[in-house]
Design a protein around this ligand. Structure first.
Ligand code: PEP
Length: 253
């Protein structure tokens, strides 16, 4: 394990009042969170500005975006630029979540541009990858996952890629309650780290945070985080409950 990271992806959940209540609940538990863990919450974009105000000067938890455009400004109605996110104090940005790949046709070339755009302004990308069930069952899953990483990330310079967080999220485990076993997750995390080491070097591979995502919850986080190459989790459903998020964040041994 190189880093300890727990990120909450709130997705398009909670209205503004509910989201404020959750933030308040998390803040009330501030002293109970393991201070060694990089804690991140990614609320819906319209709430980022107000959340940034509340969390100003609070280093214990950082804000992340769920999506960003790859250009800095201009006539792109509805899009949000990395520069705008940066100006709010956003420190991390999810890129390439399977829900965006599937619902919005985001392909490797767009994702690669989004990653670069975030890095350019100093926001750390949380790059998601992962296979569908039929790919998992076809036995080409390792190459499928490595192609996602190779095509979008392996042209980055060593000093760029080592800042990145990669989230391995098997699609068959996202929101399904069906978690990958710790062995299945470790196999992929180890593969990712080994390939980064051969593409770059061991030091770079050691610096990249690799998170597991897919029905990770208060019950299974400890077993997953115990694995050598699992540096933490990208948490969906269980992150919108303050007590579960706390238990997951404190699950590192
Ligand atoms: C996610 O969507 O990133 C995720 C991991 O969701 P869940 O934890 O709900 O499976």
């Amino acid at each position: 394990m190189t880093r300890k990271i727990v990120a909450g992806n709130w997705k398009m959940n909670l209205d503004y009042s509910e989201a404020k209540v959750l933030l308040k609940e998390l803040m009330a538990k501030k002293d109970e969170f393991n201070a060694e863990v990089e804690l991140i919450i990614c609320p819906p974009a319209p709430y980022l500005s107000a959340f940034a105000e509340v969390l100003k000067d609070q280093e214990w938890i950082k804000l992340g975006s769920q999506n960003n455009f790859f250009l800095e400004n201009g006539a792109y109605t509805g899009e949000i630029s990395p520069t705008q996110l940066k100006s709010l104090g956003v420190k991390y940005g999810i890129v390439g979540h399977s829900e965006r790949r599937n619902n919005f046709n985001e392909d490797y070339s767009m994702l690669s541009k989004k990653v670069r755009a975030l890095l350019k302004v100093g926001i750390i990308p949380i790059f998601c990858c992962g296979e569908q069930l039929q790919v998992r069952n076809s036995n080409v899953y390792k190459e499928f996952i490595m192609k996602q990483i190779n095509d979008s990330l392996f042209k980055l310079k060593p000093e760029e890629i080592e800042k990145i967080i990669i989230a391995y999220e098997p699609i068959w485990a996202i929101g399904t309650g069906k978690t990958a076993t710790s062995e299945q997750a470790q196999e992929i995390h180890h593969l990712i780290r080994t390939r980064i080491a051969s593409q770059y070097d061991e030091k770079v591979a050691g610096n990249v945070g690799i998170l597991y995502g897919g029905s990770c919850n208060a019950e299974n986080a400890q077993e997953l985080f115990r694995q050598q190459d699992i540096d933490g989790g990208l948490i969906g459903g269980a992150s919108i409950d303050a007590e579960s998020f706390l238990t997951i964040a404190n699950a590192f041994e």
